[in-house]
Design a protein around this ligand. Structure first.
Ligand code: EPU
Length: 434
């Protein structure tokens, strides 16, 4: 049954901080796994409902902590929300509050995505500054510079960004870095601006394309989607839409690595192989057999895992969100591999935990040198970010003995029922409620 949701009701959904995941490692994973909707596509797309009056309908929405946080954020701004299984309806027409509080933004950095729609629709926004996080400083200067180019007056006061503009006016914006959420924020700000906006050095990630496709369906005029130059001709209003969220390429990649790592045989269903070319390429080089069909990928692990060097890059390069998982594979490969992280300055936080499980990894700046060991050994571990936590689950699945992954909270932000999906593939894995 659909139910109407209030901020208070949503607050009750957060009771899982102390859960842990216990894994008895060493089983080859076998079978099929269905990939859920993409977190990083769903977040901006749900937020884009603020640009319309009337009910937008979204299907294939993953059941994640970050989606709960987004619903809480949107309802705090005055949007109406109804949920029914993996489908969510959002009406942004009632939006009346222009402030996204510290309490909401600190739970999820992507909350900054409301900045563009708020200025576009309410002419002003007050959004808490996200601050740094476990993987890096993560400034939002490019979001703000872009918004200023569109004519917004921006001030930083008491930990908040205050932005206002009677009318946003299209302009040329050059992004020093092809920031993903920055590109998304500026697209949402400029679709209702007067005149033409050109975003140069824009992000080309599939999630950016998915948002642009939704905006186009709403009536926005956007060209160059999926390239580094996006041109947006402002329109006076947008209409609500009905869309399905694309599959999560990082969830798919995580399961692909799990098959190679456990020398298993896993078919990943409901995925978009085109979005995973870099990961597929590296897995093949590592010795796995990868069979690609229209919407599925089968990965068969080989007994011998070869070492492969990886450098993270903006799309279509190897995704930073797969770096930690691939490092686990390399930690049991034959020989030495080098992994360079070029997107975030501090995204090796999984390394110290992997070392406790027997991995041989040396870090120098943004480079990790991994010397493969014959096997990892199970241990109690914890991590402070989403993908690092996923890598520890993978390490636990491959390790000899029992592993205990603490701070499951991070995993629940971005992976839907990860332990149930692995259990269905034959893993000895369970969640223990804290
Ligand atoms: N950057 C700046 N200034 C800005 C914006 C970004 O210097 O104004 C820097 C960042 O500090 C970073 C680099 O640019 O060094 C790239 O950051 P980007 O802005 O592209 O990252 P993001 O938009 O904050 C999204 C995903 C991340 C993913 C990155 C990179 C969402 C909600 N988040 O973050 O996903 O790692 O792009 O692909 O889309 C995750 O899902 O675990 C996750 C962290």
């Amino acid at each position: 049954m659909p139910h109407h949701e209030t901020g208070e009701a949503l607050f009750c959904l957060c009771g899982v901080y102390m859960d842990k995941i216990v894994i008895q490692g060493g089983r080859a994973l076998k079978g099929e796994v269905r990939i859920s909707g993409a977190k990083n596509a769903a977040l901006p797309i749900l937020i884009s409902s603020l640009l319309t009056d009337g009910w937008n309908t979204y299907s294939n929405v993953p059941d994640l902590k970050d989606i709960q946080s987004t619903k809480l954020l949107l309802s705090s701004l005055g949007a109406s929300i109804e949920s029914d299984g993996d489908s969510i309806k959002i009406n942004g027409g009632g939006m009346c509050n222009h402030e996204a509080s510290y309490d909401l933004v600190r739970k999820m950095r992507a909350s900054i995505l409301v900045l563009g729609p708020l200025v576009a629709r309410l002419k002003k926004a007050r959004v808490s500054l996200p601050g740094g996080c476990a993987i890096g400083a993560r400034p939002i200067n490019l979001h703000l510079k872009g918004l200023a180019r569109l004519g917004a007056v921006i001030e930083l006061k008491h930990g908040y960004v205050e932005a206002s503009a009677d009318h946003l006016i299209g302009n040329e914006i050059y992004l020093d870095i092809p920031t993903v959420t920055g590109t998304e924020n500026l697209m949402m700000a400029s679709v209702l601006a007067k005149g033409v906006t050109v975003l140069r050095n824009a992000a080309r990630e599939p999630e950016v394309v998915a948002l642009a496709d939704v905006l186009i369906k709403m009536g926005a005029k956007i060209k160059g989607v999926g390239t580094s130059v996006i041109t947006i001709e402002g329109v006076s209003s947008l209409k609500p839409v009905s869309v399905s969220i694309m599959p999560d390429r990082i969830e798919a990649g995580t399961f692909m690595v799990s098959a190679a790592l456990t020398r298993g045989d896993v078919t990943i269903l409901n995925c978009e192989p085109n979005h995973l070319e870099a990961v597929i390429h590296k897995l093949i080089l590592s010795g796995a057999q990868v069979t690609v069909e229209d919407k599925s990928i089968r990965v068969q692990g080989s007994d011998e895992i070869a070492s492969v060097d990886v450098k993270t890059l903006p799309y279509p390069g190897f995704p930073t969100d797969m770096q930690a998982q691939f490092m686990v594979l390399m930690s049991v490969a034959r020989g030495v591999s080098i992994i360079s992280e070029t997107i975030f300055e501090n995204r090796f936080i999984h390394v110290s935990e992997l070392k406790r499980m027997g991995a041989d990894i040396k870090i120098s700046g943004n480079t990790a040198m991994i010397t493969g060991v014959p096997a990892l050994s199970g241990a109690p571990v914890m991590a402070t970010d989403l993908r690092a936590s996923a890598s520890l689950i993978l390490a636990g699945l491959a390790a000899v003995g029992t592993s205990e992954i603490n701070r499951v909270y991070h995993l629940d932000r971005g992976y839907e029922s990860i332990e149930k999906k692995f259990a269905r593939l034959g893993a000895a894995i369970k969640r223990v409620n804290g």
